[in-house]
Design a protein. Structure first.
Length: 150
């Protein structure tokens, strides 16, 4: 009995530092005259935690993640076992818990994005925070087809 309690407490301590947002919300297009945008809408502290933006046919996609300053400005984009890491830049208010809007530029031909277009599976990691996005097959497929170089 004591051993199982120790194991459970150890597991809780090891996992306690990781902030994970379970799949929730929905993807929606929010295009402007200048750019195509795919936005993850959620309720809560970061109602738009992930936004993908491109000029149609440019071959480049800006990814914006709303995170915390203490987690840094490196963004990992995962789809299944394929992933890429991007150094982003952003501006935050003072303090480690200040919100930080991080932006990085990705190539629309990135293998991770190709897999997202095929499966809709997307996970974003920023520091200790992981966003498991809801399936984005249809909107991601159409958005990425529009962004690729023509």
């Amino acid at each position: 009995m004591r051993r199982s309690i120790v194991i459970a407490l150890t597991a809780a301590a090891l996992l306690g530092g990781c902030a994970t947002i379970p799949p929730q919300g929905e993807w929606a297009r929010d295009d402007t005259d200048e750019a195509a945008r795919l936005v993850l809408y959620q309720d809560g502290e970061a109602p738009r935690p992930v936004t993908l933006t491109c000029r149609p046919g440019s071959g480049l996609i800006d990814i914006t993640v709303v995170g915390l300053r203490r987690d840094g400005a490196v963004i990992e984009v995962h789809s299944g076992k394929i992933w890429s890491r991007y150094a982003g830049s952003g501006l935050a208010e003072d303090g480690p818990d200040a919100p930080l809007e991080i932006r990085a530029t990705m190539n629309a031909a990135d293998p991770v994005l190709a897999r997202v277009a095929d499966t809709g599976e997307l996970t974003i990691v920023q520091g200790e925070r992981t966003i498991h996005a809801p399936n984005a097959f249809a909107p991601a497929h159409d958005f990425l087809a529009l962004c690729r170089r023509r």
